[in-house]
Design a protein around this ligand. Sequence first.
Ligand SMILES: [Zn+2]
Length: 308
Amino acid sequence: MKIHRALQGAAVLLLAGAIVTAHAAKLNVMTSTEDLAALAREVGGDKINVDSIAKGYQDPHFVEPKPSFLLKLQKADLLAVVGLDLEIGWLPPLQTQARNGKIQKGGPGYLDLSTACQILEIPQGQVTRAMGDVHPMGNPHYWLDPENGRRIAKAFMTKLSEMDAADAATFQQRYADFDKRLTTAQKGWEAKMAPYKGRKVITYHRSWPNFCERFGLQVVDYVEPRPGIPPSPTHTLELINTMKRDGISLILVEPYFDLRTPNSIAQQVGGDVAVLLPSVGGKKEVTDYFQLFDYDVNLLVSLFQKHK
Ligand SMILES: [Zn+2]
C-alpha cells in the first residue's frame, strides 16, 4: 500500500512537470527555405525554434534530402513551405519518412505560404511537365517582393497565434513592428531603384518576376530556354542578338548557376553579370529579409550606374 501511494505521488509530480514543460516549450518550426525561416523569426522571436531545410545558397528546386532533416521534421510542430511545387523534388519523401502526422499536407502543422501571396505567371490551360518546366503552377519565387514578405509574416502571425494562443499578443506586436520597419525599408529601396525604372534586363532563371515588377524592371528574356532547362547554343545566340538590339547590359544570375554562359554573353555585348541573391543566406552576411533586399538593390544600383 505504501509503495502504491508513493508511486501515485510520483505520477502526480511527473504529470505536473509535464504540464509545466508543455507551457514553457517553444514551438518547433521547420521551413523549407531560409527566407521563410527569416520571416517566421521576425514574428516568432524567442517564442519559437526555427530551422530551414534548404540553405540560401542552394537552388531551392534541387535540394539533397539529407536524413539529418528527418529528426528535425519528426519533432516539428509546424512545417512552412513555399509551395507551387518548388519543393516537389525533395520535401515529400522527407515528410513521409518523418511519420509526423501534424506536418503532412493538410495537417494542422502544415502551412503553404503561396496561398497567402500574390502569384505571377500562373499558366493558362493544360499544364505539362513534359518540357521539364519546374514552374507548372505559377512562379514560386514570390518572396522576392516585399509585399509578399509582409503577407508571409502575417500568415505566420495568424498560424503561430492559433498554435500558441498564450503568446498571441507577442506575435501580433512583433508583426506590427516588422510591418512598420518593412514599410520604411521598402520606401528606401523603391527610392534607390526609381531612377532605373523601365530598364531591361535578362535573368538566368525565372526567379525575379515579383522583384522586377515591384521595382519597375523589365525582364526581356532568360538564359534558360525554359525554367529548369540548361542554356542551349541557339538560345544563347538569340540572347546576344536581343541584348545588342535593345541595348541591354545586365544579366541577373542566381549564385548556384554556372557562370560560364552568362559571362560569355556579357563579354560579347559589353555588359555585366549581376550575381543577385534570391534568398536569405545566399551569402554569409545576409542573415535577414531586410539585408536580402539591401544587398540586391545596392548591387543593381551600382551596375545600373556603370551602364548609363
Ligand atoms: Zn524556379
